[in-house]
Design a protein around this ligand. Structure first.
Ligand SMILES: Cc1cc2nc3c(=O)[nH]c(=O)nc-3n(C[C@H](O)[C@H](O)[C@H](O)COP(=O)(O)OP(=O)(O)OC[C@H]3O[C@@H](n4cnc5c(N)ncnc54)[C@H](O)[C@@H]3O)c2cc1C
Length: 298
């Protein structure tokens, strides 16, 4: 039961919807209803919404495009604060490309390209936002977002802070912000190289082609479920265990890319968790490798 005073105050902060099914808000198309789906339209509303949840001790999850999360089927006791309204991208007075947390990566890459700023183009096909990408240190084809970040504006325990690059940690699909509820990412300053438009465009087209060739799985998913373990791709290990196409209910190890689990249209969160459990056990049994999850289970 949500405190009625919280609801009153929230009305003064920003728009929200009630009883929203997360299957409509995640790329996996899985997830039960959250009592409140909060929709700040700018960074001030976002900051106010986060602070309000903190003050009232309301459990909350910040969500960008929902492309790296697996949401529970029912009994959800948290609200969601969406960043999708924080979608401004510009070159700031310091000369950095500044993107608010909810800017889609495709829009970020297009904006950078139009300004002849190179480096980010390998991220073009990742269906996430800047905030989610920074949390995950998202990357593709050997390039990661963290390589280009100069500073990040965050809310930490209700206080606005600018973290400079020397104070940030970047690992493989991991950053200062992964699995930490302490931070709310507001916006990111990128330092990018001035390059010729045709050179940037060529790299972008290459990334688009490569992704279409290897990762067009045809069903809703959250991308790669497991992290790479050393040099070994989870997809290879899973395939070697004969698990391509392994299915529980509506969740299936993709027949196109074994690193993905896809939703055949009627998958529940439980189905996906069962597939994950089985796959991990089999890979451990056959290769002695413990696969670590890349997706975030909410
Ligand atoms: C088809 C497909 C292909 C993909 N390919 C790739 C790929 O090539 N490389 C790759 O790295 N990933 C890939 N992904 C995974 C995913 O797109 C990335 O991890 C992406 O960066 C997640 O961004 P998001 O906005 O969707 O984050 P969400 O899924 O919304 O959130 C991810 C995590 O970040 C947190 N979060 C989000 N925004 C904020 C914020 N502003 N402040 C604090 N916390 C926040 C959330 O609470 C959650 O813990 C793919 C996914 C799909 C579906």
């Amino acid at each position: 039961m949500i405190n009625p005073q919280f609801i009153q105050k929230l009305k003064q902060v920003c728009e929200f919807d009630k009883n929203v099914a997360l299957k409509e808000k995640t790329t996996f198309r899985i997830g039960g209803k959250v009592p409140f789906f909060i929709k700040p339209m700018n960074s001030q509303e976002f900051i106010d919404a986060v602070r309000l949840c903190q003050n009232f001790r309301i459990k909350y999850v910040i969500m960008g495009a929902g492309s790296n999360v697996l949401a529970p089927d029912a009994n959800i006791d948290f609200v969601v604060i969406s960043t999708l309204g924080l979608n401004k991208c510009y070159i700031n007075r310091l000369g950095f490309l500044y993107a608010e947390a909810g800017v889609r990566l495709a829009d970020l890459v297009r904006f950078a390209t139009n300004n002849e700023l190179g480096g980010l183009e390998y991220l073009i096909g990742i269906p996430g936002t800047v905030g989610g990408a920074v949390v995950m240190n998202a990357g593709a084809f050997g390039s990661e977002i963290g390589n280009f970040v100069e500073y990040i504006d965050i809310l930490e325990n209700g206080r606005m802070v600018r973290l400079k690059k020397e104070n940030l940690f970047w690992g493989y699909r991991h950053s200062t912000f992964t699995n930490s509820k302490k931070y709310a990412i507001i916006g990111v300053g990128f330092w990018l190289k001035k390059e010729r438009l045709d050179v940037i465009t060529k790299r972008m087209q290459y990334a688009i082609l490569l992704r279409a060739k290897t990762q067009k799985v045809g069903y809703p998913s959250a991308g790669s479920v497991f992290k790479k373990s050393g040099d070994l791709a989870p997809a290879y290990l899973i395939e070697q265990c004969g698990l391509k196409g392994y299915t529980v209910g509506g969740a299936q190890v993709s027949t196109v890319h074994s690193g993905y689990i896809v939703n055949l249209g009627y998958s529940t969160c439980q189905d996906v968790l069962k597939v994950i459990h089985y796959v991990r056990n089999k890979v451990k049994e056959n290769f002695g490798v413990t696969l670590e999850l890349e997706i975030i289970v909410l």
